[in-house]
Design a protein around this ligand. Structure first.
Ligand SMILES: [Zn+2]
Length: 289
């Protein structure tokens, strides 16, 4: 069998905006620029090992995208309030890691509209722009509000969720490009409709706490040769070997002709990545094989 292109525990792929978006697969210390392998037949083998991305200990199962059970129960980043920031319990004195919370949650957050599978609302730390959208496979995004903390962003999102989805339909996202939306018009429509609720939050947190942004919309383009007609997914827990022709990358998904795989879901899984037929594609680096 060919030497692996990469071997180690999976991390989230890094991605540069491009266009098209430029993904790097990360396995342990190995980095594989995936643009070089678009169209090639690749094979990913899970060795059966999983290492916690936080403490490194071996774990039989992955919790909360790559954590061992003790870390999953102990870390603030694995707490319910990360997914539902409106439930922030820092002020009750029960934050699992107050210092981590201060560094990550008590930072400016942005409320945005994005389009990966249709209009959705979301929140992110300002420092995660534009990575957050690329990780979702969004083709468009528009920051609409800036707020002082994660909790406040959660409260704003709760307002928006009454009238717009906060979810991406990943199957739809992987089947093609969502029809283009006029996000600025959607913003104006939503801000007008939710004005009373936003004013109530401003009364609670201060006039300055929630600011409207006049930002430019972002557009993203993904390296996809062909979208799948029907989306089936690979799962290392059921089948340790994933093999297929790499047709594209969108969000944190690799799109093979044999099915898609969400690499983020398998953070911490130790894998080996190989080119099945290196003569078909790959970097023009003589002697690599
Ligand atoms: Zn751990």
């Amino acid at each position: 069998m060919a030497e692996p292109l990469a071997r180690g525990c999976l991390s989230k792929m890094t991605v540069e905006p491009g266009p098209p978006a430029r993904y790097t697969l990360i396995a342990g210390a190995d980095r594989v620029p995936l643009a070089d392998w678009l169209g090639a037949t690749l094979r990913l083998d899970w060795t059966g090992a999983i290492a916690c991305t936080h403490c490194g200990r071996a774990t039989r199962k992955s919790f909360g995208q790559g954590h061992c059970y003790p870390c999953f129960k102990k870390l603030a980043r694995c707490d319910t309030c990360i997914m539902k920031p409106e439930l922030c319990h820092y002020f009750q004195g029960t934050c699992r890691e107050p210092e981590w919370g201060e560094a990550h949650c008590f930072q400016p957050h942005v409320v945005y509209l994005a389009n990966a599978s249709g209009l959705k609302v979301g929140i992110t730390r300002r420092t995660q722009i534009p990575t957050r959208w690329l990780d979702q496979g969004a083709t468009q995004a528009l920051p609409i509000l800036e707020v002082a903390s994660r909790q406040q962003s959660g409260l704003v999102e709760v307002l928006f969720k009454e009238v717009v989805s906060d979810r991406t339909n990943w199957r739809t996202m992987l089947k093609g490009e969502a029809p283009v939306l006029d996000l600025a018009a959607e913003r104006d429509r939503l801000l007008a409709r939710l004005g009373d609720g936003l004013d109530e939050l401003r009364q609670r947190f201060g006039e300055e706490a929630i600011q409207e942004l006049d930002a430019e919309a972002y557009r993203f383009d993904y390296p996809v040769l062909e979208f799948p007609g029907k989306v089936t997914s690979h799962n290392f827990d059921k089948q340790a070997e994933v093999c297929g022709r790499l047709l594209g990358i969108k969000g944190q998904y690799l799109i093979f002709d044999t099915g898609v795989i969400n690499l983020r879901k398998f953070t911490g899984y130790e894998v080996e990545l190989r080119a099945v037929d290196p003569s078909l594609a790959g970097p023009a680096t003589p002697g690599l094989f």
